[in-house]
Design a protein around this ligand. Structure first.
Ligand code: NAP
Length: 302
């Protein structure tokens, strides 16, 4: 019998990735949605997550991180399994409460990091395990107007600003280098916004790690991590889809969300949870240690 999934928040990522991934994954089935604005044919339609719970075994939250806590608590208290889009919550303290509640209820909580499922991340991990890393340089640059048009929540407290894409880089980094720690950060915050439009990070893992996140770049995106190692230079690029190193060139199709739903299904079947907060912890540390710099006001329209 398939795991009956209800999806909350029918926005950009739910439509682009979650709906097709659920449809393509054995053992899971979309049976309901909860949306303030949208409807979907063929499933039960509700306005609110609490009304949806009777129709589902598990809930996938695709809403912005602010406001997820109440939805997540309602799901867990009803004894339903919970899958969270990245970032899993707005704060580390609310995540601790949610993890404890999931354990109390005996249900699965899965904080997903879709970029860790990119096609070449495993190949990078295997290759790096055989080398000594000297330094890492992360460049995560894109045009916010192209990728987040009209998304007001992303600029509000808890919306993370440029860390919304940047946390994807940190999720890959922490999958490869679990002991990376934040040393310092420079945060560039537009005068009319609450969240950074660019950030420069200094991390350490026994070797230096520099990261540059920038949302003001037009003409194409750069989502790459470059490694200086004793076996030569290596690059994980295209958001983790391509890995190039001496003697290796690998790339593959995007199956990130299908892999996430397969993993969620398997976690539920095994009675396990997976709630790694390392990427969110690094973002929190960047805000804790960050020097703030005033940047020019940003308007969504060009
Ligand atoms: P979005 O396009 O703004 O959609 C979010 C949806 O959540 C809205 O359409 C709305 O759905 C619902 N919602 C509930 N409360 C809301 C509120 N106060 N403000 C705005 N929407 C609210 O955002 P998204 O890009 O899909 O991102 C959602 C989550 O997925 C974020 O955590 C983001 O980091 C993550 N994500 C996004 C992408 C991407 O490329 N966009 C990629 C990976 C992960 P209803 O109208 O149906 O209620």
């Amino acid at each position: 019998m398939s795991l009956r999934i209800g999806l909350v928040g029918l926005g950009t990522i739910a439509r682009a990735q979650h709906l097709p991934a659920i449809a393509a994954t054995d053992g899971v089935a979309l049976t309901a949605i909860a949306s303030r604005n949208a409807t979907l044919e063929g499933v039960a339609n509700h306005r609110d997550v609490t009304q949806m719970l009777a129709d589902v075994d598990a809930v996938s939250l695709c809403t912005p991180p602010q406001g997820r806590f109440d939805q997540a608590m309602a799901v867990l208290r009803a004894g339903r399994h919970l899958m969270l889009e990245k970032p899993p919550g707005a704060t580390l303290s609310e995540m601790a409460v949610l993890e404890a509640e999931a354990a109390r209820q005996g249900v699965t909580i899965h904080a997903t990091w879709h970029s860790r499922e990119a096609a070449a991340v495993d190949a990078a991990r295997d290759w790096l395990a055989r080398t000594r890393i000297r330094a890492i340089r992360i460049d995560w640059r894109e045009d916010v107007r192209k990728w987040h048009p009209g998304q007001d929540w992303i600029w509000q407290p808890g919306g993370l600003g440029v860390f919304d894409p940047g946390i994807n880089a940190l999720s890959i980094l922490t999958a490869l280098i679990p002991d990376a720690r934040m040393v310092g950060a420079d945060l560039h915050i537009p005068a009319n916004r609450q969240a950074p439009i660019a950030a420069d990070l200094e991390l350490d893992a026994g070797h230096p790690i520099a990261a540059h996140f920038n949302w003001r770049v037009t003409g194409g995106e750069t989502w790459q991590i470059a490694f200086d190692t004793d076996a030569g230079a290596a690059t994980l690029s295209e958001g983790g889809a391509r890995f190039t190193a001496p003697g290796i060139q690998t790339a593959g199709e995007n199956r990130e969300y299908a892999r996430l739903y397969a993993r969620f299904r398997d976690l539920v079947a095994a009675g396990d949870s997976d709630c790694d907060l390392a990427p969110l912890r690094l973002v929190a540390d960047a805000f804790l240690t960050g020097r703030q710099h005033a940047a020019p006001a940003f308007e969504d329209h060009s």
